[in-house]
Design a protein around this ligand. Structure first.
Ligand code: ATP
Length: 243
């Protein structure tokens, strides 16, 4: 489904990604973890080129995303949902219209669009909020609209960049519960950047642990949290045991 090869990215003299390699299979939930500033968001943002890497390859369904011209890139982005830390909703549009907007570039009938929006709102338990505006929602609800928007696209790959970063612990739980049900019921591939260790342990097929621009541990959650070999991996093991 996705293969990321030799990804490098620098900001000026700061080398943020120093050769990132990984793949994601169909239906797999992959979690990227690691200390603040290690390059997690940069990695996930490179996949749909919200951030342009300096070099490497990102092969998605057989095409190298980094070699695509704008029209092709925009098309492929319709097949890759992205859920942001900061929700990215349009305040003057209702919840329903925010989701509908994401579907405008797809060649769908009006009825199909409405059906998809309603279904995605059901999936995140927000059916009753279709006519609300973003300012009337809690952070957790806003983030669930972001997730619904991504689900409505029916993308085969969903990227989530710290979807609970801006939320208090109660809202974090609310969003993680929705995500947990999505990872267990959908056959889409999901790549999620998160600091939530318990959640990562529960839902991930594989975890990538990053440190200073490199992947230092990889494998199923059991392996990563119980048999780490790197310094940072051992710290995460302690955190996991502490919890
Ligand atoms: N647009 C940018 N310009 C300059 N430096 C940047 C830019 N974006 C990220 N960086 C730097 O790149 C490094 C990696 O950032 P990134 O956001 O990928 O880390 P992260 O692991 O996701 O961190 P966090 O967990 O805090 O979100 C950081 O030192 C950050 O300051």
């Amino acid at each position: 489904m996705l293969e990321v090869c030799n990804l490098y990215k620098s900001y000026g003299t700061l080398e943020v990604l120093k050769g990132i390699n990984f793949s994601a299979q169909k239906g797999e939930t992959l979690t990227i973890m690691g200390p603040s500033g290690c390059g997690k968001s940069t990695t996930i943002r490179c996949i749909n080129r919200l951030t342009e890497p300096d070099s490497g390859h990102i092969i998605y369904k057989g095409k190298d995303i980094l070699r695509l011209h704008k029209p092709e890139l925009l098309k492929i982005r319709q097949d890759i949902g992205f859920v942001f830390q900061g929700f990215n909703l349009i305040n003057r549009l209702t919840v329903f219209d925010n989701i509908m907007l994401a579907l405008m570039k797809q060649d769908l009938s009006k009825e199909e669009v409405k059906k998809r929006v309603r279904k995605s709102l059901d999936q995140v338990h927000l059916r009753d909020f279709a006519d609300s505006y973003p300012q009337d929602l809690s952070g957790g609800q806003k983030q669930r609209v972001g997730i619904a928007r991504s689900l409505a696209l029916k993308s085969s790959l969903m990227l989530l960049d710290e979807p609970t970063a801006a939320l208090d612990p109660i809202l974090v739980r609310e969003v993680l519960e929705v995500l947990e049900s999505i990872t267990s019921t959908q056959d889409k591939s999901i790549i999620i950047v998160t600091h939530e260790i318990d959640f990562a342990y529960k839902v991930s097929d594989r975890i990538l642990l990053m440190d200073q621009g490199r992947i230092v541990e990889r494998g199923d959650p059991e392996k990563v949290f119980t048999e780490p070999t790197s310094k940072i991996g051992k710290k995460y093991k302690e955190l996991f045991e502490y919890k």
